[in-house]
Write a protein that binds this ligand. Structure first.
Ligand code: GDP
Ligand code: IMO
Ligand code: MG
Length: 431
């Protein structure tokens, strides 16, 4: 078993990362979120019960696991409070096993208001954000005016910083966005109960992780979003505001590359995207209806319908090299059950130059149209299958073809939302 495993999305998010993090987390290990915020929605199905996590690392629902929200995450203390409360009420005692970085920038209500106001102003050109304040919170970090989690421990520092930053936000709210002003005293008042709640969780998580690595404990790094929502490598500007590719781990936790032993890329057996932006293999036909219906493709955070499309090998190959992937985990194979034929995009045609392109620049992605290879589908049920040999031949051939086209092994296949609906092929053993 590998010591430190990275689990990240290779598409536009919602690949099924949460389920796989939960499946691969073992006792006494650490699960770390390193970027994003409560824009993420990671769904676990345990004993038939569905639980959606936004901030709490997915493996934490197993006993004796420690959860860390590192400084690369932008943290809404209210969202955290609500989520921990929900889990404690369900009987998961996680509060004393969860730590948050003192250096995490906070998301407060002015970030949310700014996110929503900006999207409204963009009208038809809106990015389709989750409206959780993620972009503005990361902007504050880069402009060096964030309020940090550590500031929650000192009301005086918190008040001075809040008053100053609100001056700037209020100026924009009033003069540009036609929004009401916000007052720092109101925000402090709302924060008081959550300050109490967060107090003991706030730590130097970089140091904690350094000791964890030194003591050779297992760490799972849980990615949020997907590779093509990365602010540097994604379909800019239709991206999130953090590095969801592997680089985000180094800057977002302080753990260096030599400690990343295995990098597992989670890939849906087809594609989905929520929000706006280029999506070369997008479908608008009955197959979209099939994928949407059988895959329950509605956002875990906002409930929006996810756009659907065929698997895109061109982008998948790019995600493999962007993240130095060790292998792939193919999820939601069962959703393809009953389709007569299944397509895989193997290259693009540029609609302006008519050239066939295998390695497009992300800058030109909106001009690319897919070139497909068509495979026979299967009519049998694969849902819940736990052994490769029990999959229909057509499904095995589809899996093998993806390995061939990407030159990358598939080590895990997910055949349903439950922990148990999993096929382990290589490298991993069930827990
Ligand atoms: P994440 O954001 O990457 O963790 O993924 P989400 O939880 O947002 O979306 C994945 C959805 O697919 C969730 O509803 C999961 O319960 C579900 N899911 C995960 N793996 C499988 C699978 O293999 N088959 C099916 N049918 N559903 C799955
Ligand atoms: P998980 O971790 C899918 C998308 C939004 C929007 C863009 C920017 O569950 O895979 P933001 O609110 O981050 O500024 O929105 O990013 N987005 C996601 N799409 N899954 C997610 O997370 C997402 N988090 C953000 O829909 O297009
Ligand atoms: Mg999700």
């Amino acid at each position: 078993m590998n010591k430190n495993i990275v689990i990240l999305g290779t598409q536009w998010g919602d690949e099924g990362k949460g389920k796989i993090v939960d499946v691969l987390t073992s006792k006494n290990s650490y699960v770390v979120r390193y970027q994003g915020g409560h824009n993420a929605g990671h769904t676990l199905v345990i004993d038939g019960k569905k639980i959606v996590l936004h901030l709490v690392p997915s493996g934490l629902l197993r006993d004796d696991v420690i959860g860390i929200i590192a400084h690369g995450v932008v943290l809404s203390p209210f969202a955290l409070f609500q989520e921990v409360d929900m889990l404690e009420n369900l009987g998961f005692h996680i509060k004393n096993r969860l730590f948050i970085s003192d250096m995490s920038p906070l998301i407060l209500k002015y970030h949310v208001a700014m996110d929503i106001a900006r999207e409204k102003k963009l009208g038809l050109n809106a990015l389709g954000t989750t409206g959780r304040g993620i972009g503005p919170a990361y902007e504050d970090k880069i402009s060096r005016c964030s309020i940090l989690c550590g500031d929650l421990k000192d009301i005086k520092i918190l008040s001075v910083k809040l008053e100053k930053i609100l001056d700037y936000y209020n100026h924009q709210f009033i003069s540009f966005y036609n929004q009401p002003m916000m007052y720092y005293k109101d925000i402090i008042k709302e924060l008081l109960p959550v300050i109490d709640f967060c107090h003991d969780m706030i730590q130097d998580t970089t140091d904690m992780l350094h000791n964890t690595v030194k003591n050779r404990k297992n760490i799972i790094f849980e990615g949020a979003q997907g590779s093509f929502l990365d602010v540097d490598h994604g379909t800019y500007p239709y991206v999130t505001s953090s590095n969801s590719t592997v680089g985000g781990i180094m800057t977002g936790t302080g753990v260096g590359p030599k400690h990343l032993d295995y990098i597992l890329g989670i890939t849906k057996a087809y594609s989905t995207r929520v929000g706006n932006g280029p999506f070369p293999t997008e479908l608008f036909d009955d197959v979209d209806k099939h994928l949407s219906y059988y895959g329950h493709e509605f956002g875990s955070t906002t409930g929006r319908k996810r756009r659907t499309g065929w698997l895109d090998i061109v982008l998948l190959c790019r995600a493999i090299y962007l993240n130095s992937l060790s292998s792939l985990c193919l999820t939601k194979l069962d959703v393809l059950d009953g389709l007569k034929e299944i397509k895989i995009c193997i290259a693009y045609k540029n609609i302006q130059t008519l050239e066939v392109i295998k390695y497009p620049s992300m800058y030109h992605l909106q001009n690319m149209r897919p070139i497909y290879e068509t495979h026979p589908g299967w009519m049998q049920k694969t849902k819940g299958v736990t052994k490769l040999k029990d999959l229909p031949n057509e499904a095995q051939r589809y899996i093998h073809r993806i390995e061939e086209l990407t030159n990358t092994p598939i080590s895990i296949i997910s055949t349903g939302p439950d922990r148990l609906h999993t096929i382990f092929i290589k490298d991993f053993t069930p827990i």
